[in-house]
Design a protein around this ligand. Sequence first.
Ligand code: ADP
Length: 663
Amino acid sequence: MGVVTTIKEKCRRCYTCVRECPAKAIKVVEGQAMVIEERCIACGNCVKVCKQGAKSILSHKEIVYDMLENDGQVIACLAPSFPAAFDTLKPGQVVAGARVLGFSEVWEVALGAALVSAAYEKLVRQNGGLLITTPCPAIVGYVEKYLPQLVPCLAPVVSPMIALARALKRRYGDKPRIVFIGPCIAKKVEMEDKNVAGLVSAVLTFKEFTQMLEERNVDLVNMESSDFDGPDAGVARSFPISGGLLKSSGLSQDVLEKDIIVSEGKERAIPLLREARRGNVHAKLLDVLFCEGCIAGPKMLNDLSTFRRREIVADYVKWSAERANQLGKEDGRKVFADVDMSRAFTADDKTLPYPTEEEIAAILGKMRKFSSEDELDCGACGYPTCREKAVAVCQGLAEPEMCLPYLIEGLEDALADLESSHKKLKDTRDQLIQAERLAGMGQLSAGIAHELNNPLGSILLYAHLLLKQLKGKDESEEDVKMIMSEATRCKNIVRDLLNFSRQGSFERESTDINEILEKSLEALSAAPGLDDIKVVKRFDRTIPSMTVDGSQLQQVFVNLISNAVWAMKDGGTLTLTTRMKDASAVEVLVRDTGCGIPEENLKKLFTPFFTTKKMGEGTGLGLAISYGILKMHSGQISVESAVGEGTMFRIELPLAAAQSGIR
Ligand code: ADP
C-alpha cells in the first residue's frame, strides 16, 4: 500500500488533488481520484488541499506501539520544526511526553542537521558544477522520477533524519529502534529508500504522535519539562526555516549571492529544477525544498503563519543555546564528526511519453472539442487547459468524462432523449388505450351485427315476398317498399360495423397505392364542394406495388377525402402525399386546410358513431371503419390538427407485411 491513498467513499470528484499534484500522480478511475503509488513523491500536497479529507496517510502508530511494548530501546527523534508545531507548549514538555509514551531516549533531529550542514559546507567548497542540496525527500523523489537527468547534481549527502540515525547507530549499535517524529509525509517513503533503508524503523507525523499521547492519556499541559538526550545541535536548529541549511552550513555569508539560489515551495522549486534541467540555471548551488521550509510541512498541527512559526523556531534556537550552555553539552558536530554522511541516488524515470498531435486531437474530439472555441480551459477537470487534459487522457491519467462542459452537454442530450422517449411512451400508451377501447367496441359491434344480420335478412326476404304478393293490388305496397329500404340501410350499417370490427371478408391483390388514391378522387369527383378545392398530389411513383385489398383501402381514402372536403366548406387545398417512410413502410398523408378538429374531439375520432355532422350527413362510422381496415393491413392511422388551420391524417402501411399477404 502506498503512503498516500484515496478514501473512495469520501472523494467527491472535485479534482483539486489532480490540479495540485506536482507529480501527476493522481489518476482518475471511474470518476475517483486515485493515487498512483509509483508516481507519488509523498509531498502531501493532495492531503493538504483535499477539503473532504479523502486522502489517507499510511499510519505507523501501530508499529510504534508494538516496538514500545516489545523492543527495549526505542529512540524518538523530534524534527526541528517541533516548537512551531506544539506552539502552546514548552519544548521540554513535548520531550517529556515522548518519554512518558515509553521512548527510552529523545534526540533532536537538528543534531542530524548539524552533521549534514558540515558535510554540505565541505562539498560546496570542493564542487565545481551545479549542486542541488537535498534534505527534502519530496524533492529527491521528484528529481529521481521526473528529472532523472539532474540526479548526478544531487548533493550526495543524507538528510538530517538519516544523519542522526547513523549517529545513533554509531553510538548504540544496531539494537535501538529509531522513530522519526515530524511534519513530513515523504519521510515515510525516505525510510524505505533503498539507498538509506534499514536505519529508521518508523516515521510518525506530529498528528500521529499527538494521537498516541491522547490515546495514552498523556497530558502535556501539566507535564514537567525534560531536556533532549545527546549533544548540542547548535545553530542547525534553524534548519526548518527558509535558508536554514545555508545558515547552519555558514555558506550564505561566504559564497557570492548569485552562486546560490534558495527556492522553497512547490510553485518556485519545481520550475527552478525544470530550468536547471534545461541548462538555464548558472548558479552553483540550488537549495530547494518542496515546502516553504519544513515549518510549512503538510502535517504541522496549527494554522500559524510561516512568519510566526519562524519566530517561534528562532526563539527556540536562542533559548536552546543558553540551555545547552547551562547543561554543559558537547558540540554534536565534534562528537559525531566521523559519521559517514554520504549517500547515492538512483534515477527512477517515470516521465510519460508525450502523445502525437493526432492522438491529442482524437481525445479532444471525444470531449466534443473540435475547434479552439470549444476549448474553454475552465480547469474544472483539474488540468489548466483542455489540451493538457487531453494529454493526460492519452497518458492514461485522466478520463474524457472528467470534462464538466462535456458532462453538461451530455446531460442536456440525455435530457432531450429522455423527454423525446417520454413523449413517445405517452403517445404509445394513449394509442394502446385507444386500441383497447376500440377492440372492446369492435367485439361488441361484431356480436350485435351478427345477431342483427339474420333477422334483417329475414325481414328483407319476407318484405320482398310481401311486395310480390301486393304488387299492383294493394296501397300498402309503398309501406312495404319503405320497410325494405330501411332494412337495407340497416344491413349496410351492420356491414360497416363488421368492417370496423375486422370481421369482414378480404381480397388481396397486387395494387399501386397511388392508383388507389386516384380512384378514390375519381369516385368523389361528383361530390359537392370538391370543385372549390385545389387538389395537390405529391405521389412517389417509385413505391413498389403492394398486396392489399384495394377496394377496402379505397374506402379508407374516400372517407378521409370526403371528410376533408366537408371540413373545407369555404374552399381550400387538399394535399395527398405518398412516400416511403423507411425501407419497410409506406406513408400516405391526407392534409386539408379546413376547420380543424378541437383537442377534446381528437381522442374520440375513431370511436364508432362519433360524429359532429348534422343528422343524415354522417353516421360516425367512417373513421372507425377506416381504423379497422388499416389494422387488418397491419397499418396505423394517426391525426394532427389545429383548429382553424386544418387537419392531416397520416397512414402507415408496412410494405413487407402487405407484400407477404394479409392475415
Ligand atoms: P362521419 O364522417 O360520419 O361523421 P367519421 O368517423 O368519418 O364519421 O368522422 C368523425 C368526425 O370526425 C366527423 O364528424 C368530424 O367531426 C371529424 N372529422 C373527420 N375528419 C375531419 C377533417 N378532415 N376535418 C375536420 N373534422 C374531421
